[in-house]
Design a binder for this molecule. Structure first.
Ligand code: AGP
Length: 602
């Protein structure tokens, strides 16, 4: 969580820092701040609230050719002005922004206070500028002081620091993402590429243990001992426009609406002559795999449910595990186990931790992620990209669709290698109908009545979502989206579970969304009727003429397609309902309270 940015070059840094922070706000928006260095000291401006509030609080313009910035998701200390980053040492000469958690901050703080350092905040971060200052006093050399400071820190960090009187940005990473952006005349550092994508697409993904010194005409990467390190330069193939909101009111609206394009990119070149092909994963790659464990959180977990169910249908042993519960639920793991980390950001701490535990026990690892160069992509044996393009809204939308499709394809690729797998009966039909998915999503977007439905029900007491088989994961995802952005109570269940408890909550004030996939939906219909008998309004998310639609008060229609893809169309309808309900309730759709898109703490 938290987004950091730094920039050094020949022009003014302030505008670039602020616009970069806006593109990083998906990582946290409790407070924001910048520090610039302009020949008359290090100037810090920071406040609680979003970057917009920081902008309006910049009563007089701040100028300087170099600076650092931060947008915060609070861990240590509430979201106050004092706890906002950048933090400084006692004299205000060293300013630091930080993403991560410093585990030994308590003892460091006590030691530094004993040596006369004065602290202003409740944060773990504040020890860092004081430490750098302390080592500067000791060694008279800032670069050495930064190295000593990071050696003293325990925990995770991506940090950037500026120091009074020095035309340099110092940075380091350990366990939190940090990318270096290389333009002709300026250098950037940020937690993620969209922070500087409008300026450059040439990047270096820094590794744990890397230290960086940026100067206006040069940059250096070293290890913690000061030895130079070479890192390769990558070109990011995201369009800068993909990172902006364009004409839309919200990123979420844009991201829902651009799913046909995202899905076309996901699918492109991956089905050839009726077979699934992934670059870098040739036939035979999975020949010795006996069990697959999907690990993920939140929306990615729901996509992983999709994958694991499809793999089981192909006769391969597969489990889906909540990454945060991996220790308690993983069971036996060995070199014939493939652990698949499903993570949009590639930075989710719980997911990374689960993969590390699995690989420590001998498992092979594969990341299914949206972010090239992310920690998950770098730490696993192989990576598959979902190619959805940047997703900025905290609520995941297009990435769920692209994840589910990628995983569905991956399951066919794995099953083709595993000798004991049984081919899915209508595999050919399934792969053929995938080509129509982007167009079917377009149809949903053009014909949806989700806004009218949201208007009818947005002030209800609670919302329930049911589905069975692949529809179960869609029901869970529908409920997660709804609660996340509307702040209304919503829950998803496997259809058959409704009568085992949740039915007690059903009233005429609790609309129930029943997801049909065109597969075996009999249970869902029966369970929806049971809820309707207790007065609940029923919304069938189903193809026209589906029996479930006859039993419902409303229908959100989806094109008739293969049951494997139908759930994804239903999910688009549910995304739209959540979006419109949240808009009617005037919620901050892209930045729901208390949340952040990239959850880099456990
Ligand atoms: C969903 O809308 C959320 N943003 C959240 O559940 C998210 O899917 C989860 O935190 C996992 O993130 P990841 O895909 O980046 O690992």
């Amino acid at each position: 969580m938290c987004g950091i940015i730094a920039r050094i070059g020949h022009g003014d840094a302030t505008e670039t820092l602020l616009s970069g922070l806006e593109n990083l706000e998906y990582r946290g928006y409790d407070s924001a701040g910048i520090a610039v260095q302009n020949g008359s000291g290090v100037k810090v401006r920071k406040c609680s609230g979003e970057v917009d509030e920081l902008k309006s609080s910049l009563e007089q313009s701040l100028h300087g050719n170099m600076g650092i910035g931060h947008t915060r998701w609070s861990t240590h200390g509430p979201p106050t002005d004092e706890n906002a980053h950048p933090h400084t040492d006692t004299a205000g000469d060293v300013a630091v922004v930080h993403n991560g958690v410093i585990d030994n901050y308590d003892e460091l703080r006590a030691e530094l206070q004993a040596r006369g350092h004065e602290f202003d905040s409740d944060t773990d971060t504040e020890v860092i500028p004081h430490l750098i200052d302390d080592y500067r006093e000791q060694f008279g050399d800032t670069e050495r002081a930064v190295r000593e400071a990071v050696e003293t820190l325990e925990g995770s960090y991506a940090i950037a620091a500026i120091v009074d009187g020095e035309e340099r940005v110092y940075a380091a990473r350990e366990g939190s993402p940090l990318v270096l952006g290389l333009d002709d005349e300026e250098w950037y550092l940020a937690s993620d590429v969209p922070a500087f994508l409008e300026h450059t697409d040439e990047v270096i993904y820094l590794e744990d243990g890397d230290l960086v010194v940026l100067e206006p005409d040069d940059y250096r990467i070293t290890d913690v001992a000061g030895s130079p390190i070479e890192r390769s330069v990558d070109t990011v193939d995201w369009d800068p426009e993909d990172a902006g909101k364009g004409e839309y009111d919200h990123y979420m609206a844009k991201e829902i609406d651009t799913q046909p394009t995202a899905l076309s990119n996901t699918i492109e070149g991956r089905v050839e002559d009726g077979n699934v092909a992934f670059e870098d994963l040739p036939a035979g790659t999975f020949a010795d795999i006996e069990t697959v464990q999907f690990v993920a959180c939140g929306t990615s977990y729901h996509a992983a449910m999709y994958g694991s169910q499809l793999l089981r249908s192909a006769g391969v042993r597969a489990d889906v595990l909540r990454a945060s519960e991996y220790d308690q639920t993983a069971g036996p793991v060995d070199e014939n186990t493939l652990v698949v980390a499903v993570t949009q950001s590639g930075e989710t701490a719980d997911t990374l931790d689960a993969v590390r535990k699995a690989t420590d026990r001998g498992a092979r690892s594969l990341a299914v992620t949206n972010v090239v160069g992310s920690t998950a992509a770098r730490e696993t044996d192989d990576a598959i990209y979902i190619r959805a393009g940047p997703e900025v809204g905290v609520a995941a939308t297009k990435t769920f669709s692209s994840q589910a499709v990628t995983l569905a394809l991956l399951t066919q690729r794995i099953a083709a290698d595993v000798p004991t797998a049984t081919p899915v009966e209508d595999r050919e039909a399934m792969l053929q109908s995938l080509a129509d998915l982007p167009e079917h999503v377009e149809t949903v977007l053009e014909t949806t009545n989700a806004e009218s439905l949201a208007r009818e029900y947005f002030d209800s007491d609670s919302y329930f979502f049911i589905g069975n088989g692949l529809g179960h994961s869609v029901a869970l995802e529908g409920a997660l989206k709804f609660k996340e952005i509307t702040y209304e109570h919503a829950e998803g269940f496997a259809s058959g579970e409704l009568k085992h408890g949740p039915l007690a909550l059903v009233t005429p004030e609790t609309p129930l969304f029943a997801v049909a996939t065109g597969g075996d939906d009999k249970k869902t219909k029966t369970n929806a009727i049971e809820a309707r008998t207790r007065g609940a309004p029923i919304i069938a998310v189903a193809p026209d003429d589906h029996p479930l639609a006859d039993a419902a008060d409303w229908q959100l229609s989806i094109p008739d397609t293969h049951p494997v893809w139908a759930g994804l169309l239903a999910n688009v309808q549910l995304q739209l309902v959540s979006y419109h309900a949240a808009a009617l309730l005037e919620r901050p759709i892209d930045k729901p309270r208390n949340l952040a898109k990239s959850v880099t703490v456990e």
